[in-house]
Design a protein around this ligand. Structure first.
Ligand code: MN
Length: 249
């Protein structure tokens, strides 16, 4: 009798195992900002975008050691560098330009550790807004600290404006959308000045500002696709699906 019960248990276990999905899902970490009280903080737009695209979204803590960043990257299949504060200009050898520049030194340090560990891991990176600026700085580029006073442009950037970007042929965005221009949102007052070595600019506004760059590992966009996706602009699901597919273990 005992023998039959064991056999039955084995059969049940096998049956249950058979119902589990055979494909392991991509686990994608997302960097966070900190609230004024020090709490980890992330808009639901990011986690929702990754989840809708079929990935497992993981909210990443603030770190203070490179070893910890490496351990985290080992556990992930890809990483998203999210938006938020300005990157401290000290990281590219400048003083703060004016009162519009707001930085969080703790997040800058944590993000720089994660960025270096992510680049070293070879795993796919999606960088959005601050993330796009951060990756450029970590890789050796620089930023306009305040576009209105340092860049002088006829294009309205920031404040939730909408503007067109022109796409480079063969770029990730051009391939996904099969077009040479896209309408995107704009929530930034900083932007890429000197582009870092090892990436190519793949989208610009009419004023020449870089709105996207990429290489084999990293896709970076100055706009917020996740924000418009949550607001109902389903175009952007395709970008997140393409990223999640690249992260597939
Ligand atoms: Mn813009």
């Amino acid at each position: 009798m005992r023998k039959y019960l064991l056999l039955l248990s084995l059969l049940l276990l096998t049956a249950c195992g058979g119902r589990r999905t055979p494909v392991s899902l991509a686990v994608i970490g997302i960097t966070c900002s900190r609230s004024s009280s020090g709490a980890t903080q992330l808009a639901t737009t990011y986690t929702e975008a990754i989840q809708r695209a079929g990935g497992v979204a993981v909210v990443l803590p603030t770190l203070d050691s490179y070893a910890r960043a490496e351990e985290l990257l080992d556990a992930l299949d890809g990483i998203v560098f999210s938006g938020g504060e300005d990157v401290s200009p000290q990281w590219y050898g400048e003083e703060i330009w004016n009162e519009t520049v707001h930085v969080d030194a703790v997040r800058d340090y944590s993000d720089s550790l994660l960025a270096k560990a992510a680049l070293a891991s070879g795993k796919p990176i999606l960088a959005i807004c601050r993330g796009e600026q951060l990756m450029n700085v970590v890789m050796g580029g620089s930023l306009y600290q305040d576009l209105p006073t340092q860049f002088g442009t006829e294009v309205k950037h920031g404040g939730g404006a909408t503007h067109l970007i022109g796409l480079e042929p063969g770029s990730v965005l051009a391939e996904i959308y099969g077009t040479d221009s896209l309408s995107v949102n704009s929530f930034h007052h900083q932007g890429v000045k000197a582009l870092a070595p090892g990436v190519r600019a793949t989208a610009h506004t009419a004023d020449g500002l870089v709105e996207a760059y990429e290489n084999e590992q990293l896709w970076a966009v100055q706009f917020h696709p996740e924000k418009d996706l949550q607001a109902g602009d389903t175009r952007w699901l395709r970008l997140f699906e393409a990223f999640v597919a690249r992260c597939q273990p």
